[in-house]
Design a protein around this ligand. Structure first.
Ligand SMILES: *Cc1c(COP(=O)(O)O)cnc(C)c1O
Length: 228
């Protein structure tokens, strides 16, 4: 497994570099967030052994089980929260994640601001935008994004550094990437987290600074969480 993960990582890194160059961008302008959800700590360890340091998890509880020991061993490890955050998990999220990518509603923004004030720990935040306006999906609706972004920065004082989106599964992602880039531009935000295993090269063409790649690195996910 270790060899496979190292080889997958190298292949994904190479594709990222090629896409960045093709878009006349510096290869190091794109950060690979290796999404380890549902995969065991041993898989994360294999990626760490191959030199990788930035990871993504979509559930606070799962990250709490998997990551504390790895963090002790690898001080450079950076962990991104990429899944929906419940307000009752805010304390654990602020304590255990280095970037929170899924801020999407005022109640959550308020809870994050309160916890950051209480602890002094201020992990950078991304606002998740529901670019496909899918009712079941997390993220602020595009029509409300401008106001929410302003509110997060001014009223709540959150350290907002960029935007994140997960386009609808069954749609061409390009217009969604373009929309996210446009909203970010309006707000002078430089970080764009977009693109997954199936479409990260296209996301890089549209300006992604962070691509979130799971399957292409760690293999298919099994079990009940497979599609979350
Ligand atoms: C699972 C997940 C990914 C990674 O998806 P792959 O298709 O396995 O690369 C990226 N972003 C989010 C928000 C996810 O939940």
């Amino acid at each position: 497994m270790e060899g496979v993960i190292a080889a997958n990582l190298a292949a994904v890194r190479q594709r990222i570099e090629a896409s960045a160059r093709a878009a006349s961008r510096a290869p190091d302008s794109v950060t690979l967030v290796a999404v380890s959800k549902t995969h065991p700590a041993a898989s994360v360890r294999a990626a760490l052994a191959a030199g990788h340091r930035t990871f993504g998890e979509n559930r606070v509880q799962e990250a709490l089980v998997k990551y504390p020991q790895l963090r002790d061993e690898f001080p450079g490890l950076a962990l991104h929260l990429i899944g929906p955050l419940q307000t009752n998990k805010v304390r654990d999220a602020v304590a255990n994640f280095d970037v929170i990518e899924t801020v999407d509603r005022p109640r959550l923004a308020q809870a994050l601001a309160d916890e950051m004030e209480r602890t002094g720990r201020r992990p950078p935040c991304l606002i998740e935008v529901n670019t496909g306006e899918e009712p079941q999906k997390a993220g602020v609706m595009p029509a409300e994004a401008d106001r929410f972004i302003d509110e997060c920065r001014t009223r709540f004082g959150l350290p907002v550094i960029g935007l994140m989106c997960v386009p609808p599964l069954d749609e061409e992602p390009a217009p969604h990437f373009a929309l996210l880039r446009e909203i970010a531009r309006r707000h002078g935000l430089e970080i764009l987290s977009m693109g997954m295993s199936a479409d990260f090269e296209k996301a890089i063409r549209f300006g992604a600074t962070h691509v979130r790649v799971g399957t292409a690195i760690f293999g298919a996910r099994g079990g009940p969480q497979a599609d979350t």
